[in-house]
Design a protein around this ligand. Structure first.
Ligand SMILES: Nc1nc2c(ncn2[C@@H]2O[C@H](COP(=O)(O)OP(=O)(O)OP(=O)(O)O)[C@@H](O)[C@H]2O)c(=O)[nH]1
Ligand SMILES: [Mg+2]
Length: 681
């Protein structure tokens, strides 16, 4: 029997907290697989995946980058993701198209706040993962402590398959607990050296192997059977069980190494191919057909084409659209249907991105991740499919922007150029929103945080050589319904000759328990309002939610029910009902008790013990609510919920209060009621 070639594909993401070493791991993977012939460094600005000038200057990853490489008969399509929380949307879009991931941890810090966030993101997407404890060469690195923090905070069953050889700056390799062999690397040496177990580690290695066998037997019925019969597990059974447990999410294989010192990368690649799923092992993609019904499409090159665009990137070679092909085949020159924009598109060139080279392909098949040149309408989140078999895949969720700045061109004559540059940028990054402030007429750019906006503006300055003035950052407020109204009547009637407009709606408005989102339903009976008009009312309600009655902020956390209405034979239309929905809800909201909401963040501050008092005082002056504090290795970790508006400039303040010894991370934690009137900052 010929095996399906798709079984050898791995669509892999590298995820972690800022600075855990994702880009360095990626770089070493490209080197180990022979894709590149020199090892780049983040601090020299020479890595493959941090190719943007700002990434090189700042030493951080900003944009997710996809590269392909080959290992042991497998094709690995790899996405290196950013760790900074402002770019969490890039991670979200990447997770949508991945089949598996490597979560990278810092062997000194263990699980850090953003590792926890990306872990939960991966949980939501059902992406199986393995853990790589990196930086084993650092002073204070400890595999057991890192594993304990994984067990405590992420997953109850970490399954450690290696034993480190040496520690900190004498960390030279690992014992592979499956094959019971020692794998070591020398400084400057390229390849891994394999040898029998060294005497001084034999006993510990056998003890750890035993622990691994017991843990696996406890989780895996097949392994348990063999364990009970033989009192031990063979390497083959262990490997098969580890693969099952990884794919079901019941266990997490843990490896370790030092990417920077080139240690542990080859076994990581072996684990990726052995344990993580291929496109054939994950559930078939599901989408919605034009008639509203759901359909599944198998990962089969012969099935109708279904592909998701997850990233758009304007480059010197043209506009690159990154696609995950879920089913079917695309060929160069094909005409495909953009089911999201509802127009046909032509596939120009198809590229496999391999570091700085792009290999041209004639076709790409189900399971693959490729870049395509020539698409005009497709954006991140668009579905491309066979013209005769349309299907829409659910686009990746877009987080709501929480911080805004006003921007203007330094030269008045460049206002138009700035507007088109901003529009291009928002097209590439759906978490950026550009709008005009209705009161001041200013152009306002909104995004996920100060850094996100700073990077966006800097990109425009550099790419377009344009001077840009930027206002002070402000948070984005929301409004929600405190107490609803029922039976709110609105009549939209214009019958003064010619084509008239007639729409009559009755609305109930109530708060949603979740506090966010919008739900619309209809309880109209007897067809008093036909279905198409109900949809028009819903669209009108969405229009109304864009500007709430308190201060023109978007409204969230509301359910609207259309309970009744009236139509007119001649004068009713979609437009009339949309208008009625819009003005009806706008007036109804004025009658509701509305609540102003502001974005809040969960802040984790790590400070030396002697600075805790000053930090707590400062947090409370910033309207922060402390939710916990713990001491770890001489430092105190304080967690607090703080309004985002109070966090601007916090990094500088913390540094001065702690003589540079304090660090913090903040991650968005939704919205909370704001003091009224909104604090002006
Ligand atoms: N000592 C040591 N340093 C490492 C190791 N791996 C990476 N680093 C260093 O840690 C820093 C951050 O590494 P990156 O690879 O940029 O980390 P990242 O996870 O990609 O960071 P972001 O993309 O910004 O989230 C760099 O200075 C690396 O040289 C390692 O194994 N040991
Ligand atoms: Mg990086």
């Amino acid at each position: 029997m010929r095996t399906n070639p798709l079984a050898t594909v791995r669509n892999l993401g590298i995820l972690a907290h800022v600075d855990a070493g994702k880009t360095t791991v990626t770089e070493r993977i490209l080197y180990a697989t022979g894709t590149t012939h020199k090892r780049g460094e983040v601090h020299d600005g020479t890595t493959v995946t941090d190719f943007d000038p700002q990434e090189r200057d700042r030493g951080i990853t900003i944009f997710a980058a996809a590269v392909s490489c080959d290992w042991d008969g497998h094709r690995i399509n790899l996405i290196d993701t950013p760790g900074h929380v402002d770019f969490a949307d890039e991670v979200e879009r990447s997770l949508r198209v991945l089949d598996g991931a490597v979560a990278v941890f810092d062997a000194v810090a263990g699980v850090e706040p953003q590792s926890e966030s990306v872990w939960r993101q991966a949980d939501r997407h059902g992406v199986p993962r393995i853990a790589f404890v990196n930086k084993m060469d650092r002073a204070g690195a400890e595999l057991d402590a890192a594993v304990a923090s994984i067990r405590e905070r992420l997953h109850p069953a970490p399954l450690v398959v290696q034993l480190p050889i040496g520690a900190e700056d004498t960390f030279t390799g690992v014992v592979d607990l499956l094959r019971m062999r020692a794998l070591t690397w020398t400084d400057g040496g390229d390849a891994v050296a394999e040898a029998p177990l060294p005497d001084d580690l034999r006993e510990e290695a056998h003890r750890r192997r035993r622990l691994l066998e017991e843990a696996v037997a406890e989780l895996h019925p097949g392994a348990l059977e063999e364990f009970c019969e033989n009192g031990a597990l063979g390497a083959g059974t262990l490997a098969a069980a580890l693969r099952d447990l990884t794919r079901s999410g019941d266990g997490v294989v843990v490896l370790c190494g030092s990417a920077y010192r080139n240690r542990g990368v080859e076994p990581l690649l072996d684990a990726v191919t052995a344990y993580l799923p291929s496109p054939l092992d994950v559930p078939s993609v599901r989408g919605t057909r034009d008639d509203g019904t759901e359909q599944q499409r198998p990962a089969d090159p012969a099935a109708p084409l279904t592909a998701l665009a997850f990233k758009v990137n304007a480059t010197a070679t043209g506009r690159l659209t990154y696609l995950r092909v879920y089913s079917g085949t695309i060929e160069k020159g094909d005409t495909v249907w953009d089911a999201t924009a509802r127009r046909t598109e032509r596939i120009g060139r198809i590229l496999r991105v391999q570091a700085d080279r792009h290999a041209q392909l004639d076709r790409a098949v189900a399971g693959d991740i490729v870049a395509v040149v020539g698409l005009k309408s497709a954006r991140a989140g668009s579905t491309l499919c066979a013209p005769d078999a349309p299907l829409v895949l659910e686009p990746p969720g877009v987080a709501e922007p929480v911080v805004s700045v006003a921007v203007e061109a330094l030269k008045g004559t460049e206002t138009g150029r700035l507007a088109s540059a901003l529009a291009r940028l928002a097209e590439e990054d759906p978490s950026l929103v550009v709008r005009t402030d209705p009161e001041t007429g200013q152009t306002v750019l909104s995004g996920m945080g100060e850094l996100h906006l700073e990077v966006a503006v800097e990109k425009i300055r550099r790419d377009h050589g344009m001077g840009v003035n930027v206002g002070r950052p402000r948070v984005s407020y929301r409004e929600t319904v405190g107490r609803g109204v029922s039976g709110f009547v609105h009549r939209h009637v214009k019958q003064d000759g010619g084509a008239g407009q007639f729409a009559h709606v009755v609305l109930d408005v109530e708060p949603l328990n979740a506090g966010t989102g919008f739900e619309f339903r209809s309880s109209v009976v007897g067809g008093r309002v036909p279905q198409e008009y109900v949809r028009a009312v819903e669209a009108g309600c969405r229009d109304a939610l864009e500007e709430g009655p308190l201060g023109g902020h978007p409204v969230t956390g509301v359910r609207v029910t259309l309970t009744d209405g009236q139509t007119h034979v001649k004068d009713s239309s979609d437009t009339a009902f949309r208008t009625a929905g819009r003005f009806g809800l706008r007036e109804a909201l004025r009658a509701c008790a509305m609540v102003l909401l502001e974005p809040v963040a969960e802040v984790t501050v790590t400070v030396p013990e002697d600075a805790v008092g000053a930090v707590l005082g400062d947090l409370s002056a910033r309207r922060g609510r402390v939710s916990g504090s713990a001491t770890r290795a001489g430092a105190t970790v304080v967690t607090a919920t703080v309004p985002l508006a109070e966090l601007f400039g916090y990094a500088t303040r913390l540094r001065s209060r702690t003589q540079g010894r304090g660090t913090f991370t903040a991650r968005p934690k939704g919205y909370a009621p704001a003091p009224v009137p909104a604090p002006l900052r």
